[in-house]
Write a protein that binds this ligand. Sequence first.
Ligand code: PGA
Length: 250
Amino acid sequence: MAKRRKLVVGNWKMNGRLTSGLTLAKDLADKALAERPLSYDLVICPPASLLWPVAETIMGSPVLLGAQDCHRANHGAYTGDISAGMLADLGCRYVILGHSERRNGHGETGAEVAAKVTAGHLAGLTTIVCVGETQDQRMSGKTEEVITEQITSSLPDKYQVSSLVIAYEPVWAIGSGEQPEVGVVRQVNKLIRKVLGSVGEVVQVLYGGSVAPQNAESLFAEPEIDGVLVGAASLNSDGFWAIAEKARLY
Ligand code: PGA
């Protein structure tokens, strides 16, 4: 079995204005250009408002562009939404889907996420599907059940294996400074591969939740963790680069 490549993804969420966002993107592009070729994949996911200016800023550098959500339809009367085809048009290669902030804040169901995965793959995007249990679910011993249900419901019957990434993001670890032990992430990532079945060994399974420069290395060192999805710490170029550079070692 070929070694899975590490993947480092920055999720800016609803942060960044034109000046700050472009400064951050340019800093990263410069750092990545100086280090190229990278032995891992590096992706930034700015808010929709910054996708195009960031695309222009990182063009020609090893930094790849991703978005934070897409609509399931290709076009049409969906006020406020953006289709996967539109994202691809701007140079996006990745799209984050089913983040807990969308599942919980926007009532996104597994079926909706699955439809978005199909839309993303049709547009040529790699979809990063997020799953994770809440603190209550964890405390009541339901982690396995919740992860199994989320993976099963959030993937369409047919999808492109090479365009699928899963991110295990325990809801309680997001933005809290808390994290599960690496051994716990290992077990959950193994479970995710088991639920994926025969393709489990080729799909990259990431970890996300309070990833920071000081805890990144132990995550990359674990063979079951193929990379990280970084929120707050991706908003600072030195900090995010310090995380990314740890991926080079594995
Ligand atoms: P965090 O967010 O790194 O700020 O915890 C991670 C995420 O929500 O993807």
